[in-house]
Design a protein around this ligand. Structure first.
Ligand code: FAD
Ligand code: SF4
Length: 478
């Protein structure tokens, strides 16, 4: 059979997941890893269709068919080098991108034949190359005399720092936490992303010359004017952390929990970190109701299951088709024992002193809102009560830029997202302060790791241009 028809004899095969009874009793990542042979076999399924929609749907525009070909040919280190030309965190994106909506959703074989396992192969490339000793090739970097401060060691800040050091600029990354990663470390649970993966990335970036200053909060331990004095420019990627309330009666009752503090308290306990401002909330034996339908809600339901909750129910106001969370995570949650109630809108949290239940009303989908999503419309007389000892609110987050950034002249959209680029002679990702650039969730609002990486990288290129530095462009494989 011709090489191009390999996909017919070799079906899509994902790395083996851990069995369900085992995975719900520990915090480890649930998916295994390919062997070299398996990775080559799955890479060979790519038909090199000539019009790689996968690359266009991938927010960082990875050279996907090129690194699949290199893996098919056993050229692991070249694949790793190539994959790092376009993505600063390929092993992270390979694990937690919603591939079904991005690269794999656009794969030509996704039409009933099984998309190429792009995410798992991307993860394999970096994990295995690093394990065998590969490190990014920095031999052609020419040092400049420029220094840039990066605020925030999340995906956006790391993407920016990667581009800066690859172009000979000193990158100093400041973060208020003692570990890098932002939400990768203090948010996303370890069964989706092992924290050692982020630690390994730190070692790689330090080896490339990135200098981390951790446990330093800008605005408290060091000021923005100090950074502007000491550095040629500043990139800011501080994320989005303002909790969105439901404004439901009963939301202040004991037993009503905010999602992110719950997840961080749990991660700290798994990492055996000292007690912090985020205490551990123990849901063992409790009836848990999670309100929301995004990735954060999925992480809360699956964390509650692993803590030993008596039952876990997720109530979401639209239908399954319109859920913002990744399909893969919904499937995993369902397999692990989570009950989903779609088309249910919370009306009130019931209880005397602590939560005892949630009153919800059924909904039907009405006309689209201004973002094109159909509005949930309550059905009169359809109310019911879901019994609960703990209610987790996972309605998302809004950017909350600190006052010192606004005082420095950085403009925002109504006090939330930072304004960047677009008209008034501003460069891409440049804020209204000419020496401050920004990207990631604080510019886009809550989104994805891969879009934050993309914005950090693009903002750094724009910043370099403002300093008169020509950037090295990514090149495909020979
Ligand atoms: P962040 O990751 O929030 O990083 C910002 C950093 O800035 C933090 O480290 C913070 O400590 C630091 N900082 C803030 N203020 C200061 C200051 N004053 N001084 C110093 N440091 C400061 N995306 C996916 O693609 N897949 C998923 O499965 C997924 N799951 C998610 C699950 C949860 C629970 C959440 C909350 C988000 C999830 N996301 C997921 C979204 C993704 O994590 C974010 O879009 C991404 O992390 C945004 O990157 P960022 O760099 O903009 O911000
Ligand atoms: Fe797919 Fe995300 Fe990797 Fe792009 S970065 S190829 S969207 S998994």
């Amino acid at each position: 059979m011709s090489d191009h028809l390999h996909f017919l004899e070799s079906p899509r095969r994902d790395p083996e997941p851990m069995s369900i009874p085992v995975r719900v009793r520990n915090w480890n990542e649930i998916y295994g890893q390919y062997e070299a042979e398996g990775a080559a076999d799955q890479s060979a399924r790519c038909i090199n269709c000539g019009n790689p929609y996968c690359e266009w749907e991938c927010p960082v525009h990875n050279f996907i068919p090129d690194w699949l070909r290199l893996i098919k040919q056993g050229r692991l280190f070249e694949a790793a080098e190539l994959s790092h030309q376009t993505n600063s965190l390929p092993e992270v994106c390979g694990r937690i991108c919603p591939q079904d909506r991005l690269c794999e959703g656009a794969c030509t074989l996704n039409d009933g034949l099984g998309a190429v396992t792009i995410g798992s192969i991307e993860k394999y490339i970096t994990d295995e190359a690093v394990r065998q000793g590969w490190r990014p090739d920095m031999s052609r970097v020419v040092a400049t005399d420029k220094r840039v401060a990066v605020i925030g060691a999340g995906p956006a800040g790391l993407g920016a720092a990667d581009i800066l050091v690859r172009n000979g600029v000193e990158a100093h990354v400041f973060d208020r936490y003692t570990r890098i990663g932002g939400l990768l470390t203090y948010g996303i649970p370890p069964f989706k992303l092992d924290k050692q993966v982020v630690e390994t990335r730190r070692e790689i970036m330090e080896g490339m010359g990135v200098q981390f200053h951790l446990g330093v909060e800008i605005g408290r331990d060091k000021t923005l004017p100090e950074l502007l004095d000491e550095y040629d420019a500043v990139f800011t990627g501080m994320g989005t952390y303002r909790y969105v309330r439901g404004n439901l009666p009963g939301e202040d009752l004991e037993g009503v929990i905010e999602s992110l503090p719950f997840l961080i308290g749990n991660v700290n306990r798994v990492l055996k970190e000292p007690a912090s401002q985020f205490p551990y909330r123990d849901l063992r034996g409790k009836r848990v109701v999670v309100l929301g339908g995004g990735d954060t809600a999925m992480d809360c339901v699956r964390t509650s299951i692993r803590q030993g909750a008596h039952s876990v129910t997720c109530a979401y106001r639209r239908d399954e088709e319109n859920m913002p969370g990744s399909r893969r995570e919904v499937k995993n949650a369902r397999e692990e024992g989570v009950e989903f109630l779609f088309n249910r809108q919370p009306v009130e949290i019931l209880g005397e002193e602590s939560a005892e239940g949630v009153r919800v009303v059924r909904t039907e989908l009405g006309e689209p809102d201004d973002r094109g999503r159909r509005r949930p419309v309550p059905v009169p007389g359809s109310e019911e009560v879901l019994p609960a000892d703990a209610v987790i609110i996972a309605f998302g987050f809004q950017p909350n830029p600190p006052s010192w950034l606004v005082e420095a002249g950085v403009e925002t959209h109504d006090g939330c997202r930072l304004k960047v680029g677009g008209g008034s002679g501003r460069a891409e990702f440049q804020t209204s302060h000419p020496r401050i650039f920004a990207g990631g969730d604080m510019v886009r609002g809550s989104d994805l790791v891969v879009t934050a990486v993309f914005e950090g990288r693009e903002a750094a290129k724009s910043l370099l241009k403002s300093l008169g530095i020509e950037t090295v462009s990514a090149a495909r494989a020979a």
